[in-house]
Design a protein around this ligand. Structure first.
Ligand SMILES: Nc1ncnc2c1ncn2[C@@H]1O[C@H](COP(=O)(O)OP(=O)(O)OP(=O)(O)O)[C@@H](O)[C@H]1O
Ligand SMILES: [Mg+2]
Length: 743
């Protein structure tokens, strides 16, 4: 392996600087991930560092798998023993080993978002919180944010004692935490949170891992949240050999607590940090890269970076505006066919990127019609399907009988005459005796108020489960799954059913058995725990297989770190990308712009930005103007390649033209900052007194058009307004930010 041939001089410098803190700060496609891979290979072959001493953290399991494969290819079996994995997977490994320090058993269950939601709902019911007052969504979000900031339920309660609403949420948080513990279960956020706690409370455990992981690397460091940051910091404090890689322009998870400051402050956190900047992009043709640079320049909060390419300028970016969303999708399908006929492109060279999963529908229809093979990442995962979750519920309960959520999921699935009333009585009994449901049903004969029929049904269920638990040691996972499908009658019920959907459920369950066989063949750790773990932690992008010749559809978030010869960024409209909310918040606008930068920089050779004048959103026809992000791309780098059928389109065209004329962010002198800040300035000059915004008043918004104020709540100089726009539906706007004119 001759690193000097494989890397440019800055990359080489980064790959060979092993001791001491190192920050690789560089734009998209500059080879950051590549440097990490070669750095690991170099450490093992040239510096004789034990693989056992290396911890590399990647953003997805797929990225981890690829990195491991590449290192293996470079250096062979010597790569064994390295930890290359995501934050979550690394933490699970640590927690399984150290569970008893935390009062958990090592077979703890990991609750996915569905399980956590079920548990939160139960806790809400128990405390007596009405969904109408506080939604489960709000509570789940609050708990998650709190854990990401390393605040436990008690601290959260103390901090919010005087706030009635938050106090109620704190009660759910407390009960939820207690139940998780009783169920011997952790949610996703707990995996990081508990590991940080483990290290804080047990210095000797931390010391062990500090000694073990002498060399730590983190890819996509810009998207770490506070808890992840603390974790890395704790581990790295031992040896100080920490290398982080990132791009502040690609921080796209602030809504999930990612803190861009972590990368900006790295040099402060670790003394004597060496900083390497990579300035050459190897991925994209010139026009694509220059466009990405032009767009991101509109963000004010960023470290200035240079990113150049030696590649030719290539094709201009292609802009298409359809009349309807169907038009847009049909255009994309036509282009893909055309490009494939004219050049050596395969289907897998195309990616369709959108802002939200719900946007995939129209493209699926268009591709099906055009016989284009495609694959969607996102939406319902295989493991999220009902039938798969049912069987996984059995497996989870076999693995950890304390798991009340799984028990409640499957106790009457398939139906075995154990009704809700019976389950409620079991729950009451368990609560009184302070034990888990499984142990309560072991005492079923002592539970008051149950009919002998109910008792006999529960006993049958218990015998069935006990049988599975006993067989666990003797059987492989695929055998256990087959046994569950047979003994519970689950498969028979589906096969007997007349519902055509059940036919595909049968297929999915067969697929689950194959997955299990695959797992047994390909993993060293063949335990049930390991199987459950990978099913829970695997993300959409992890399942993405580049060998299949499919066009791939996914959200921009999911496309992070990936690259494709041709990219279609679709739904490029104000109201979608950027979303409405961005026009009220500078921060959200900047995050959306970073997301746009990520999307543009996925493309190697061809990039399309498409939109539609009309589209169905939540069953209503909406009209959105073309995205401002398209306007931020210089004219010489883009070309219009057509639009939908305009004959039936007069009204829509005119309207968007008027909007465009009145609303031109760049005419407001927004060259350096983003335009929403210039809008703020515009209104901050005090043109309209907020007291004039009263219900019934007609107003004009440059983007949304004419509307009528429905409600207004004033505080000081600002007013929160609910406005019904003639063409854009109802929106909530802040009068101090939104550029409103009275009519
Ligand atoms: N020195 C080099 N020589 C040849 N190809 C390179 C070199 N450096 C990077 N590349 C290629 O450029 C592409 C981008 O590299 P990589 O994915 O590592 O970039 P990145 O900085 O991690 O991008 P992102 O910010 O999108 O995660 C890859 O195809 C990679 O193999
Ligand atoms: Mg990368």
């Amino acid at each position: 392996m001759n690193l000097k041939e494989l890397l440019n001089s800055e990359q080489y410098e980064a790959a060979t600087h092993i001791e001491g803190p190192l920050l690789i700060l560089a734009g998209a496609g500059s080879g950051k991930t590549r440097v990490l891979t070669y750095r690991i290979a170099n450490m093992i072959t040239e510096k004789d560092i034990f693989p056992y001493n290396i911890l590399a953290i990647t953003f997805t399991n797929k990225a981890a798998g690829e990195m491991r494969e590449r290192v293996k290819k470079l250096i062979g079996e010597r790569a064994e023993g390295m930890w290359i994995s995501t934050f979550h997977s690394s933490c699970v490994r640590i927690l399984r080993r150290e569970a008893e320090h935390m009062g958990f058993n090592s077979n703890f269950t990991i609750y996915d978002s569905y399980d956590s939601k079920a548990l939160v709902k139960q806790c809400m019911k128990e405390i007596g919180i009405d969904e109408k007052d506080i939604t489960d969504k709000e509570i789940i979000g609050t708990i998650s944010n709190s854990k990401n900031e390393l605040m436990n339920a008690m601290d959260f309660k103390k901090k919010n004692e005087s706030n009635y609403r938050k106090n109620k949420i704190a009660d759910v948080f407390l009960l939820y935490t207690k139940r998780l513990r009783a169920n011997n279960a952790m949610d996703f956020d707990d995996l990081i949170f508990n590991t940080v706690q483990l290290f804080e409370k047990n210095p000797e455990v931390l010391e062990f891992y500090q000694r073990k992981f002498k060399y730590i690397m983190v890819d996509e460091y810009q998207d770490t949240n506070y808890a992840q940051y603390k974790l890395v910091k704790a581990l790295a404090q031992g040896s100080n050999n920490i290398c982080v890689v990132g791009d502040d322009d690609q921080c796209i998870y602030q809504w999930r607590g990612a803190d861009i400051q972590n990368i900006l402050d790295f040099e402060k956190d670790f003394k004597n940090t060496k900083v390497v900047k990579l300035e050459q992009n190897y991925r994209s043709k010139g026009a694509i890269l220059q466009s990405a640079n032009s767009v991101i320049k509109y963000n004010s909060k960023r470290k200035d970076k240079v990113l150049r390419t030696e590649q030719v300028i290539g094709e201009k970016l292609k802009i298409y505006r359809g009349y309807t969303d169907k038009d847009e999708a049909a255009f994309v399908a036509r282009e893909i066919k055309k490009i494939r006929e004219d050049s050596p492109f395969n289907y897998k060279d195309f990616a369709i990127l959108y802002r939200m999963n719900s946007q995939s529908r129209t493209f699926e229809d268009a591709f099906r019609r055009a016989s284009i093979p495609y694959r969607i990442l996102g939406g319902l995962r295989f493991y999220d399907r009902k039938e798969i979750k049912d069987i996984m519920g059995y497996l989870k309960l076999i693995n950890n009988p304390q798991d009340d959520i799984s028990l409640q999921r499957i106790i009457n699935v398939p139906k075995r005459a154990i009704g809700d009333a019976t389950v409620q009585k079991i729950r009451d009994f368990a609560k009184e005796t302070d034990e888990c449901l499984y142990s309560a049903i072991l005492d079923i004969d002592f539970i008051p108020g149950l009919s002998s029929r109910a008792k006999s049904s529960v006993n049958k269920f218990l015998n069935l489960m006990n049988g599975f638990i006993e067989l666990r040691e003797e059987m492989t996972i695929s055998q256990i799954i087959k046994k569950i499908l047979e003994d519970t009658g689950y498969m028979k019920a589906l096969k007997d059913s007349k519902d055509p959907e059940d036919e595909s459920r049968v297929e999915n369950l067969k697929e689950l058995v194959s997955e299990a066989v695959d797992f047994e063949n390909n993993n060293e750790d063949k335990s049930l725990e390991a199987f459950l773990e990978q099913a829970t932690l695997v993300s959409d992008t992890d399942n993405y297989n580049e060998d299949d010749d499919n066009v791939v559809l996914m959200t921009v978030h999911a496309s992070k770190g990936l690259e494709f010869p041709a990219v279609f960024m679709v739904g490029m409209e104000n109201g979608i990308f950027p979303s409405d909310a961005c026009f009220n918040s500078n921060e959200e606008m900047e995050e959306a712009r970073r997301l746009c930068y990520v999307a543009i920089t996925r493309a190697e050779e061809k990039l399309y930005l498409t939109s539609a004048e009309q589209r169905m959103v939540f069953g209503r026809t909406s009209c959105y103007p073309q995205s401002d992000f398209i306007e931020e791309i210089p004219l010489n780098l883009k070309e219009n390649v057509g639009s939908g059928n305009r004959a039936v389109n007069k009204l829509g065209t005119q309207k968007s033209k008027t909007l465009k004329k009145e609303y031109n962010p760049h005419a407001l002198g927004a060259k350096n900052g983003s335009f929403s800040s210039s809008l703020t300035n515009n209104t901050a000059s005090g043109k309209v007194n907020s007291k004039e915004f009263v219900p019934g008043r007609k107003i004009q918004h440059p983007k949304f058009g004419e509307g009528t104020i429905i409600t207004a709540s004033h505080s000081g100089e600002k007013a929160m307004l609910t406005i019904a726009f003639t063409n854009m539906g109802i929106k909530k706007l802040d009068s101090s930010i939104a550029p409103l004119k009275l009519l």
